[in-house]
Design a protein around this ligand. Structure first.
Ligand code: GLA
Length: 391
C-alpha cells in the first residue's frame, strides 16, 4: 500500500512535469490513544503515527522563483512564488501548503523555485490528521530540498503555524508532533508544554486497536474547535484569578474547579472539569498500559468518550451510537471518539479473536440506524516523516 502510493506519486510527478522527482517523502497520519483536547492546555497526550500517508515527490523548479504544486488525486495544480506573498485560499488544499511557505518565511527561511506533486491515503476529515501530515510532509520536503537545517520540532511548529495562520484552526501540537516523531510499534507520551516525548511500548496483550470511520466529516470542527479553545482559556483565566500560582491546567485539581462552579458557570465548569479529568486519565492510562491492564485502559478510553460527549460537547449522534454499540459487544475493553470530535473515527480496544465479530455487529447496527457503511482500519504504528528510498 505504501509502495503503491509512492509509485503513484512519482508517476504523477512525471506526468505533470516530464521529469523524475529528486526525492520522495512520506508523512504519516496519527491516532491518539488518550489525551484529547489537552494538547493546547499544556497537557500530556499519547499519540502514534499510523500507516496512512501523504507522499510528496519533489524536484527543482525550472523558472526563477516559480513553484508548481500538483495534487495528483484531483489532478489539479497551483502556481506560487518561492518568495511570496501568499494568501490563504479558504477550503482549498493549497491553503495548507501556502501556509507552510508563509510560516517558513516568517521564521527567516528562504527557498527557491521547486516542483512538487503529492498524493495521500489518509482519509480526509476522519480525525487521522491528514492536514497535519500534508503540512509536515511539505515542510520536511522543502527542508530536504533546500537544506534549511530544520529540526523535527521546527517542522512540527511550522506545520502548526500553517494551520493557525492559513487554515484558521488554532490546533495544538499533537498531530504535527506525532507525524514527525512517530516510532514503529510505539505510542509516545508527549508533553505538550515542554515539547518532549518518551516512548511507551504499545504492548496490548491479546488486544488490538481498530478504528471505525463514521464517515461523518467534522464540518463544525474549525468553528467548534476554536470555540472550545476560547471557553477553556476563559475558564483558566477565572481559575487563575482565584489561584494565581496556577499557570496552566496542569496545576489545577478537580477540587479547585468544583470550588469555582459558580464563577465558571455551567459551561466553563464542564469544560474545565473535562480538561482536568482527561489529564488525570492520561497518567492512569500510561500506568495501565505499563501494567498490561487492558480492562483498565479500556475503561479510561470509554470515560474519555463520555467526557468528550457530555462535558466537552464535541459529540455527534453517529459517534455516540457507534461507541455504545461497540461497548455492548463481549471482548471490547474500550471505545471512544478520537481527535477533535464532531465526526471522524472511533478508536477501539478489542480482544484480537473477536475483532471480526465486533466489526460485523457494529457495521450492521450503524448501517441500520444511519444508513452509512463504516470503514474499518486496523492500527499499525509506524515511523514519522522520512525520505523514501526506492529499491
Ligand atoms: C485536533 C487538533 C489537535 C488536538 C485534537 C484533540 O486533532 O489538531 O491539536 O487538539 O484535535 O485532542
Amino acid at each position: 500500500m505504501k509502495n503503491e502510493l509512492v509509485e503513484r506519486t512519482a508517476q504523477g510527478f512525471v506526468r505533470s512535469f516530464g521529469a523524475e522527482p529528486q526525492r520522495l517523502i512520506l508523512a504519516p497520519g496519527r491516532i491518539n490513544l488518550i489525551g484529547e483536547h489537552v494538547d493546547y492546555n499544556d497537557g500530556l497526550v499519547m499519540p502514534a503515527a499510523v500507516d496512512k500517508y501523504v507522499c510528496f515527490a519533489m524536484g527543482p523548479g525550472v523558472a526563477g522563483d516559480r513553484c508548481r504544486i500538483t495534487a495528483i488525486d484531483p489532478d489539479e495544480s497551483v502556481e506560487t512564488s518561492a518568495t511570496g506573498p501568499w494568501q490563504p485560499v479558504p477550503g482549498h488544499w493549497s491553503t495548507y501548503l501556502l501556509g507552510v511557505q508563509h510560516a517558513l518565511r516568517e521564521r527567516g527561511h528562504e527557498v527557491q523555485g521547486f516542483r512538487a506533486a503529492f498524493s495521500s491515503t489518509i482519509p480526509m476529515g476522519a480525525g487521522l490528521s491528514s492536514s497535519a501530515a500534508l503540512c509536515c510532509g511539505f515542510a520536511f520536503a522543502l527542508d530536504r530540498q533546500f537544506n534549511l537545517g530544520l529540526s523535527g520540532t521546527d517542522i512540527a511548529l511550522i506545520a502548526q503555524q500553517a494551520e493557525h495562520a492559513f487554515a484558521g484552526v488554532r490546533c495544538g501540537i499533537m498531530d504535527q508532533y506525532a507525524s514527525v516523531f512517530g516510532m514503529p510499534g510505539t505510542v509516545m507520551k508527549l508533553d505538550c508544554d515542554k515539547l518532549t516525548h518518551a516512548p511507551v511500548e504499545a504492548d496490548l496483550g491479546g488486544h488490538a486497536l481498530v478504528l471505525f470511520n463514521s464517515h461523518v466529516k467534522h464540518a463544525h470542527l474549525a468553528s467548534g474547535y476554536n470555540d472550545r479553545r476560547r471557553e477553556v482559556e476563559e475558564a483558566l483565566r477565572i481559575i487563575r484569578s482565584e489561584f494565581p500560582e496556577v499557570t496552566s491546567f496542569r496545576q489545577c485539581t478537580p477540587a479547585m474547579v468544583d470550588g469555582l462552579h459558580d464563577k465558571l458557570g455551567p459551561i466553563g465548569h464542564r469544560r474545565a472539569a473535562f480538561v482536568v479529568g482527561e489529564m488525570q486519565r492520561v497518567e492512569e492510562a500510561a500506568q495501565a498500559l505499563a501494567a498490561g491492564d487492558m480492562a483498565r485502559l479500556g475503561a479510561l478510553l470509554h470515560r474519555t468518550h463520555q467526557g468528550l460527549s457530555e462535558e466537552y460537547a464535541v459529540r455527534c449522534a453517529e459517534l455516540d451510537l457507534m461507541v455504545a454499540r461497540t461497548m455492548e459487544q463481549p471482548g471490547v475493553a474500550g471505545a471512544r471518539m478520537m481527535g477533535g470530535g464532531f465526526g471522524g473515527c472511533t478508536i477501539n480496544l478489542i480482544e484480537k479473536d473477536v475483532v471480526h465479530r465486533v466489526t460485523e455487529a457494529v457495521t450492521a447496527a450503524y448501517r441500520e440506524r444511519f444508513g452509512i457503511t463504516m470503514d474499518v482500519y486496523p492500527v499499525r504504528i509506524v515511523r514519522g516523516v522520512h525520505e523514501y528510498t526506492r529499491a
